[in-house]
Design a binder for this molecule. Structure first.
Ligand SMILES: NC(=O)c1ccc[n+]([C@@H]2O[C@H](COP(=O)([O-])OP(=O)(O)OC[C@H]3O[C@@H](n4cnc5c(N)ncnc54)[C@H](O)[C@@H]3O)[C@@H](O)[C@H]2O)c1
Length: 285
């Protein structure tokens, strides 16, 4: 029996990358899924993938920047499958990119509408249905960019930090209803979001990402799908209000979170053995 047998989930941004991989994994674990995305072609392909993997799925054309579309995705889950147990607020993009003084207020607002306001709305509209179901699991995709800064990604970093904070406040309020609220902070994951704009595409991106972090391979959408599956399942019944970091140890370093393979040599700056006090101990002769 799958870990998500009988559960009904809405996944936003499920036409591509992390969302699509999670939908396929959820389907394999026995869930029924509403694939909510702007991209119809990718969404319908994801529905086929889910069915091939043994689950049930439908596509719902959704722009997460529109309140009525998010409500529509939740309503579709109830209409199609009878209830809602899980929502994964995952749709995203880079948003406003560039120096802060050249970032327009309009692009800032557009970024926040998709990266943070949509998460608030996903929580807002799923709560009444989860209460009816006796509880549920709300998952959102934040980012390690919500834990660390990144030059030129001001709106993205601020919005993802907001997702982490909203996760915490909502988890406290909703605990009494047995609704768990968690988010995932992926590191560098090879998806169209990250490799479509890199010359050399996926192959170059996977090499670059592997070199950038201690773990010797690039992050994969399946790594995030595995965490989402844990958070959606009853295995995480006592886990709420958390930002789960899945990043190949990239945020474990001391130097701005960017200690890669190459910088493992940094340890050679210290002599092997024992590093004693910086003063000389004078022993009485
Ligand atoms: N890939 C990474 O390295 C990485 C790291 C940290 C966080 N994230 C986050 O993971 C999430 C998924 O990104 P991904 O890497 O899988 O990218 P992706 O581009 O492969 O997938 C994102 C999906 O979101 C959809 N989407 C975008 N705007 C939408 C809108 N307004 N309404 C509905 N759907 C919309 C896209 O159509 C796409 O299917 C995003 O929230 C992203 O910020 C990604």
């Amino acid at each position: 029996m799958g870990k998500l047998e009988g559960k009904v989930a809405v996944i936003t941004g499920a036409a591509s990358g992390i969302g699509r991989s999670t939908a396929i994994r959820f389907a394999g674990e026995g869930a029924s899924i509403v694939i909510a995305d702007l991209n119809r072609e990718g969404g319908e392909a994801a529905v086929r993938d889910c069915k091939e993997n043994g689950g049930n799925a439908v596509f719902q054309l959704t722009d997460v920047a529109r309140e009525e579309d998010i409500k529509g995705a939740v309503d579709r889950a109830v209409k199609e499958f009878g209830r809602l147990n899980v929502i994964y607020n995952n749709a995203g993009l880079g948003g406003a990119v560039g120096p802060i003084e050249r970032t327009t207020a309009e692009n800032w607002d557009r970024s926040f509408a998709i990266l943070l306001r949509a998460v608030f709305l996903g929580i807002k509209y799923s709560v009444p249905e989860m209460r009816k179901a006796g509880g549920g699991s709300i998952i959102s995709t934040a980012s390690i960019a919500g834990l660390r800064g990144a030059p030129g990604l001001h709106a993205y970093c601020a919005a993802k930090a907001g997702v982490i904070s909203l996760t915490r406040s909502a988890s406290i309020e909703l605990a009494k209803d047995k609704i768990r609220v968690n988010c995932i902070c992926p590191g560098l994951i090879a998806t169209p979001l990250t490799y479509n704009r890199i010359p050399g595409g996926e192959q170059t991106a996977t090499q670059l990402f592997a070199a950038f972090q201690p773990w010797p391979r690039a992050g994969r959408p399946e790594d995030i799908a595995a965490m989402a599956t844990f958070l959606a399942s009853d295995d995480s019944e006592f886990v709420s209000g958390q930002a789960m970091v899945v990043d190949g140890a990239v945020t474990s370093g001391m130097v701005g979170g960017s200690i890669g393979q190459g910088s493992q040599n940094a340890s050679s700056l210290l002599e092997e053995g024992w590093s004693g006090p910086s003063f000389e101990i004078k022993r009485p002769s």
